[in-house]
Design a binder for this molecule. Sequence first.
Ligand SMILES: C[S@@+](CC[C@H](N)C(=O)[O-])C[C@H]1O[C@@H](n2cnc3c(N)ncnc32)[C@H](O)[C@@H]1O
Length: 304
Amino acid sequence: MCAKQKSDKYIKSPLNYTGGKYKILAPIYDILPEQVETFVDLFAGGFNVGINAKAANIVCNDQISYIIDLYRYFQEHSTETLILEINKRISEFELSQQNAAGYNSLRKRYNQSKDIIDFFVLICFAFNHQIRFNNKHQFNTPFGKERSSYNQSIENNLILFCNAIHSKKIQFLNKDFLSVDLSLLGKNDLVYCDPPYLISTGSYNDGKRGFKDWTESEERQLLNLLDRIDSQGVMFALSNVVYHKGMSNEILIEWSKKYVVNYIDKSYSNCSYHFKDRNAKTVEVLITNFERRKPDCQQLSLRL
Ligand SMILES: C[S@@+](CC[C@H](N)C(=O)[O-])C[C@H]1O[C@@H](n2cnc3c(N)ncnc32)[C@H](O)[C@@H]1O
């Protein structure tokens, strides 16, 4: 039986990450193997995918040092200490959904001290919980007036997320994806990639944020890396979009012909990339070098 696209059995990142995969974890995990030895989340971001992996070892990598530092803090401290520290900041700056001045003072302090708890609390009260830096690595998301706060839902997600970090064997890395050593991986290991998408921009890959941009060159380097991983006998899964707002990613479409293209929205499975209305659609895929674990409702995996 095909699972409904429900994600509530999964742990949700406490960071509301742009491009986060929480909502599509069910279709992703229907495709991935049930259990692997080492699971590498090479572009972890909010870490929604990696944190839910059933694996003896998990590797969480991202080029944004602040996020990895935050996860390392979660790993090294008890959840009680963390929540106590968060509440201290909220009282100290009298943070609420209305207090923009309090938010701005905290942001100013964070940009000088780079205190990791300040960073997390800022994200909670920031507009759309967005993590955005300028070129000088100054956090610059505006206040999320009347909308954003550290609420019960974030706290619940945080507790479950930290419990999982404490109970699983996770290595946190802060590297460019090309510098992560994958040479020791073998046939029971899986590299999951959720890079910035060439044809849709998030605030972490527009090249204006003090971090490395994502261009055609990085796209090709990643696809070459996945070819090498494939010849090493290691499993890979690549999340991406092949069409978005009238654009298509031809580099990816051409490359994917060698592999298995799993459509996340199953209604696309039958029409491949020749469907008529493609300009209006975002077509999300998971490209793998193995066949999906659970059969697709409409059709087994299909090659583009
Ligand atoms: C689409 S997001 C990942 C979202 C994540 N899967 C989730 O569910 O929350 C892409 C991530 O890739 C990271 N990234 C971009 N370029 C990178 C690079 N060259 N090396 C490593 N990470 C990079 C960004 O910082 C961002 O966090």
